[in-house]
Design a protein around this ligand. Structure first.
Ligand code: COA
Ligand code: AMP
Length: 636
């Protein structure tokens, strides 16, 4: 047998499918268990079986204590780099452990125990990481809500998770603007039916906020008191199958799905990925340029690098404008980063500002080895540009919040496979990726269809949705029995490379942020003057896609349509948050529909994107498309 990287990969992947318990049982040796699993995989548990059944573990112990005990106490665990505050703050493993122990003890004083939920609504500050790890330490289930979401989105999550505590901050920072978190939090708690017992608020010097007497507590004061009283929480043993966190992600309606991540599978898969997929050695500096509010931030800013004994960079800034398009290169060179993981949108933005890479050449990138991209399709021109500038491998890999780690990637640690632009390469261990038609029949190579994954999913993938087993079954496991439905469309080529081309549902990807157009439509439809609407993602040179709303107004509305368009834009910003990037609403006389009344979103999108399109045979009235074309003139 030849031992080229592809053969090595193929053997490993085949073994993960033929002997999953052997494969993941071996990977599990890299984790410190309090009690080992009774069964590596128990097919009788949960919706499709559970990994590491009966094992007892603590995630925080594996992220911090084991490294402090094992000789990494003085090594940096976290580097917080904030061009927005012009500060760099560093924590060794011992320092981070001290902070986590203290905050965990503070939370215990509020009565938080194993299984309680804690919502973390915070900007990109080290305290957010400390809060996540403190929850993990005491077996509390954290739910981080992205700071770019507004009150209503936060309220929905509070109602679903029913947290005992909310941890937040006075403000977040965006270039040129302070995001006042506290009014958003207060409004969310007002809207929510389920009220948290208390809030712990980090006062940031850029803008302090008022605290609600009896409910809100000052983070620094609580910390200082706990330090003075030498309070410190020990790790609480939990089952591998107990939830570590809930992360809400866009569903097909305005109600987000609470993806549950368990402790054991998460530990095993993420630890495996650091060396085998990303090729990182313990002690090296790794940077995931995401936000802790997204799954990539959970897995690769916080957990995986710490499980691995690496140093993680947390960046409070943007790829451009903080202060320029050299920001990423500055961070890489200043902190000796060996690999960066970010979204393609960031590179499109850098490329636009610095097409010749002049800023890149100002910095010493000699330690830098690999760029990883995910979160949206990595378009070949962006990948080619990044390769040419960096002269290093640029690796696209495919992910979902639901899986918590990579589905298809290029396992650099096992051996770099040939890169095919437009493909995130090959399935990772445990993922049997297939492409099927609507009748669940497998399609031949290079034929586009629904991408599905044969059950069981590997460790780390969602066991269920929070308190919603039925919704989970229906959303992911019912359409293609025996398979997980990714809701992505694409194909496999003759070498088994995966090509992911887009979603099969109404989810769009805006600057790497996953958003539901269905959710936005619900908001537009709530406007008193709107009779009907459709929101779809249209092509954007930087963000990949941006939402565009089409409005049909009620008869007899006497307001100018431009005023209503402004209203609905403000409404989406207010209800979803600025991250929706909803800046385009267009009034049209009618929406194109099929004879059975379905809005022809695909055709509208093609017209808006300037792509070739053909008249749908089922269209009710073809003249509507001319009206759409006319309405789009000069607007996109
Ligand atoms: N809190 C409050 N507001 C936030 C926010 C946060 N944490 N994050 C983003 N926003 C706001 C932005 O300020 C912006 O507001 P604006 O409409 O007033 O300008 C809006 O939400 C849209 O944000 P975003 O889509 O991130 O665009 P941007 O203009 O801030 O920057 C790029 C976009 C071009 C720099 C983009 O390339 C980028 O890097 N996006 C982040 C990619 C990412 O991390 N994806 C995660 C998956 S890996
Ligand atoms: P999220 O759950 O926010 O990580 O978004 C997941 C979705 O983003 C996937 O279902 C895909 O549609 C898209 N996505 C993520 N990574 C990639 C990639 N490398 N290539 C194509 N699409 C991707």
């Amino acid at each position: 047998m030849t031992d080229n990287p592809f053969a090595r990969y193929a053997r490993l992947h085949a073994r993960s499918l033929s002997d999953p318990e052997g494969f993941w049982g071996e990977a599990a040796r890299q984790v410190d268990w309090i009690e080992p699993a009774k069964k590596i995989f128990d097919p009788s548990m949960g919706i499709y079986g559970r990994w590491f059944a009966g094992a007892v573990v603590n995630t925080c112990y594996n992220a911090l204590d084991r490294h402090v005990a094992g000789g990494r106490a003085g090594q940096l665990a976290l580097i917080h780099d904030s061009p927005l505050t012009s500060t760099v703050t560093k924590f060794t493993y011992a320092e981070l452990l001290d902070e986590v122990r203290t905050l965990a003890a503070v939370m215990q004083d509020f009565g938080v125990t194993k299984g309680d939920r804690v919502i973390i609504y915070m900007p990109m500050v080290p305290e957010a990481v400390i809060a996540m790890l403190a929850c993990a330490r005491i077996g509390a289930i954290h739910s981080v809500v992205f700071g770019g979401f507004a009150s209503k989105e936060l309220a929905v999550r509070i109602d679903d998770a029913q947290p005992k505590l909310v941890l937040s901050a006075s403000c977040g920072l965006e270039p040129g603007r302070i995001v006042t978190y506290k009014p958003l939090l207060d409004e969310a708690i007002r809207l929510a039916r389920s009220k948290p017992q208390a809030c712990i608020i980090l006062q940031r010097p850029q803008q302090v906020c008022d605290l609600v007497t009896g409910r809100d507590h000052d983070w620094s004061e609580l910390r200082a008191k706990a330090v003075a009283a030498k309070k410190s929480a020990d790790c609480v043993p939990v089952l591998a199958t107990d939830p570590l966190y809930i992360l809400y992600t866009s569903g097909t309606t305005g109600v987000p799905k609470g993806v549950v991540r368990d402790n054991g599978g998460h530990l095993v898969a993420l630890k495996w990925s650091m060396s085998n997929l990303y090729g990182i050695e313990p002690g090296e500096v790794w940077w995931s340029g995401s936000d802790i509010g997204w799954v990539v931030g959970h897995s690769y800013i916080v957990y995986a690098p710490l499980f691995h004994g690496a140093t993680s960079v947390m960046y409070e800034g943007k790829p451009i404008g903080t202060p320029d398009a050299g920001a990423f290169w500055r961070v890489i060179s200043e902190h000796d980063v060996v690999s960066l993981f970010t979204a393609p949108t960031a590179f499109r933005a850098i490329r636009k500002e610095d097409p010749d890479g002049k800023l890149l050449r100002k910095y010493d990138l000699s330690k830098f080895r690999t760029l990883f991209l995910a979160g949206e399709r990595a378009d070949p021109p962006t990948v080619e540009w990044a390769e040419a500038q960096l002269q290093r491998p640029v690796i696209d890999h495919w992910w979902q919040t639901e899986t918590g780690w990579c589905i298809a990637g290029n396992p650099v640690g096992i051996g770099l496979l040939p890169v095919k632009h437009g493909s995130p390469t090959v399935p990772m261990p445990g993922y049997k990726v297939e492409v099927v038609d609507e009748a669940a029949k497998p399609l031949p190579a290079n034929k586009t269809g629904s991408i599905v994954i044969k059950l069981p999913l590997p460790p780390c993938a969602l066991p269920t949705l929070w308190n919603q087993d039925e919704r989970c079954r229906e959303a992911y496991f019912s359409e293609f029995p025996g398979y997980y439905k990714t809701a992505d469309a694409g194909y496999l080529d003759e070498d088994g490379y995966v090509f992911v081309m887009g979603r099969t549902d109404d989810i769009i990807n805006v600057a790497g942020h996953r958003l539901s157009t269905g959710g936005m439509e619900e908001i537009l439809a709530s406007h008193p003057d709107v009779a009907e609407c459709a929101v779809l993602g249209i092509r954007d040179p930087i963000k990949g896609e941006v939402p565009c709303g089409f409005l049909v107004l009620k008869a007899g509305v006497d307001k100018a349509s431009s005023e209503i368009e402004r209203d609905v834009i403000a409404l989406v910003r207010d209800k979803v948050g600025p991250v929706a990037a909803f800046k385009l609403a267009i009034t049209v006389p009618r929406l194109p529909k099929t004879r059975s009344g379905k809005i022809l979103r695909g055709t509208i999108k093609k017209i808006a994107d300037g792509d070739e399109w053909s008249m749908p045979a089922t269209i009710e009235d073809s003249r509507v498309l001319d009206e759409i074309k006319a309405a789009l003139q000069g607007r996109v």
